[in-house]
Write a protein that binds this ligand. Sequence first.
Ligand SMILES: Cc1cc2nc3c(=O)[nH]c(=O)nc-3n(C[C@H](O)[C@H](O)[C@H](O)COP(=O)(O)OP(=O)(O)OC[C@H]3O[C@@H](n4cnc5c(N)ncnc54)[C@H](O)[C@@H]3O)c2cc1C
Length: 465
Amino acid sequence: MRVVIAGAGLAGLSCGKYLVDKGHIPIILEARDVLGGKVAAWKDEDGDWYETGLHIFFGAYPNMLQLFKELDIEDRLQWKSHSMIFNQPSEPGTYSRFDFPDIPAPVNGVSAILSNNDMLSWNEKILFGLGLVPAMLRGQKYLDKCDRKSWTDWLREHNIPERVNDEVFIAMSKALNFIGPDEISSTVLLTALNRFLQEKNGSKMAFLDGAPPERLCQPMVDYITARGGEVHMNSPLRQINLNEDSTVKSFTIASLNENEKKELTADAYVSAMPVDLLKLMIPNQWKGIDAFSKLEGLNGVPVINIHLWFDKKLTDIDHLLFSRSPLLSVYADMSITCKEYEDPDRSMLELVFAPAKDWINRSDQDIVDATMEELKKLFPTHFMGDDKTKLRKYKVVKTPRSVYKAVPGCQEFRPSQKSPIKNFFLAGDYTMQKYLASMEGAVLSGKLCAESINKEFSKTPQNVS
Ligand SMILES: Cc1cc2nc3c(=O)[nH]c(=O)nc-3n(C[C@H](O)[C@H](O)[C@H](O)COP(=O)(O)OP(=O)(O)OC[C@H]3O[C@@H](n4cnc5c(N)ncnc54)[C@H](O)[C@@H]3O)c2cc1C
């Protein structure tokens, strides 16, 4: 069966990969000249990589880890020590750690929390631990129910002091969805905490050993094309054309290079585009259908990814760091954490700037200046005196609409991979799967989409085109 997929992010590529595994022929069309969507990366004039986002892989990503195994590229994940490391704003230049010992879950997580005495008091730890019991015992149903309230409301409901937010959850909430705890749905944090506490290696983190388009997306493309599928770059979907019964007749594709349009027909059609772009392309005949009108409730959140190349080393920490800065979210010294970006003498910090709504329209220079002011607090000794660390160059990548903003109530807007239209399917991190907006969510959505297509079409006799 021939399946046309619009979008070569992780969801579209995963859908293609699992379709070829089932013997189908995916034709993947990517609008841009780079693979990966939100994991896309480019080389600058010196040959240094810069990325759409600083990306962390977690032990609690079963579908992503399985994919690495199936592509035979598991050695490309660089696993770090099982810890979470936070900057200490009250003592600039110092860190507070949650270290997870090598013992079964949830004891390792409980031990990591109990043995950290910098950030939470005993009273806060006990109240917080009690608050988490329903999530651990009642699972997904409880998590879904919590989507009605923000994380801050959830804390209040459980009589947990809001100071806990300042210490830990502003940082975690910004890391998970680029917004603060007053805005984020409590489902997001509870889902992450649940995985981290219930799975021994759930919160263990890995960096990819190089740029995602080459080190992760290209092996997926090679896998797909070696088995008869196709991947075409610079081929944006422009229009979804319908039959009289509202099923899809064809996709109109533009070629960016040749300025020409062509129509592609297939047995099934998939949108693996971001939700904001899909919304613009929904045909009028579908607009009254509940699953499509609900998409209006999902909106991408702005975020900025910054790369700063310095003339010296700023740190020797081989890990992700939670900055706890009002402007910044997580960051890492990629010259240490990532093999391909390695530099023994000079740091390259990659930092996520969030929340970014007030900054997304500001100039790159303004954003870098503000970031440098924050870095002076994080590295107080490096930017003073005669031997100051100097910024050699920078790159700023803005994503005005990134992953869907996970505000309270938006779980119900997330569509299934199987749409109400018989030959039209959805893949993407925003579609319903339990890993929310993440690389794992994108890969799982692609896999579920391929399964839906296979199931739907194995029910009815098909004309193989
Ligand atoms: C700054 C940042 C940091 C992040 N950090 C993490 C992290 O640490 N861990 C984690 O798990 N996740 C992280 N994420 C989230 C993760 O990147 C996404 O959840 C995931 O990559 C989304 O994949 P997707 O395939 O659903 O969508 P996308 O990656 O958006 O892919 C959609 C694709 O569709 C293409 N497209 C658009 N329009 C058309 C068209 N008309 N025709 C054809 N193609 C089209 C796009 O070009 C794109 O390639 C981060 C994201 C950002 C932005």
